[in-house]
Design a protein around this ligand. Sequence first.
Ligand code: DC
Length: 227
Amino acid sequence: MGINIAIDGPSGAGKSTLARKLAEKLGYIYVDTGALYRTIGLYVLRNKIDPKEPDAVAAALPKIDVSLRFINGEQHVYLNGEDVSADIRLHEVSQYASLVSAIPAVRQYLFDTQRKMAKEHDVIMDGRDIGTVVLPMADVKIFLTASAEVRARRRYNELLERGQNVVYEKILEDVNLRDEQDMNRSVAPLKPAQDSVIVDTSDCSFDESLAILYKTVKERLNNKNEC
Ligand code: DC
């Protein structure tokens, strides 16, 4: 088993950019588990399957092969052999990913992929249920959050930079809807693990947030080694 660091939190809290940088600093592999759910969401969207129909989505799973590869330290995700790392970031895929992620068969399907990565490597894994379900024995658990408005603003700026045509109010609405779905689903709802450190980045710059995370991880790992 490698060293496992779990970072959970709502969408737009800065998990992926911070976790990626933190992994770089620590020399670990960064696993973005949202990309796995997004890949299933993309398949469902492309094949006109209703993401609110658990049976229809579950029936499609045997036709979906999702795999991760790391190229120059960057995670790439493949859907039936096709690199879909860019397509899964399209705004419309987010809502599909959130809906399919509430389906138990989908979570079960992706569980082994996630566990295997954590077993074979030192990882920083981000998601919603990493500290609670996927890696309950993780060495360090962080719950990263920020207000819905701050998260929506960050997401809005990110999409604008990518040249997507977006409206802030719509993004805020989507953030609230996804929070609601992710926190209230019956399987693996988004919530901090009991032994997690809660980090709120609403008033922090990227560099400040990174420094807090780095310090938290180092301290927790040192404490573990002392016991
Ligand atoms: O982190 P993200 O926005 O790329 O995740 C997309 C969706 O996938 C999100 O709405 C919730 C879901 N998800 C999940 O349920 N469990 C995870 N470990 C990661 C993501």
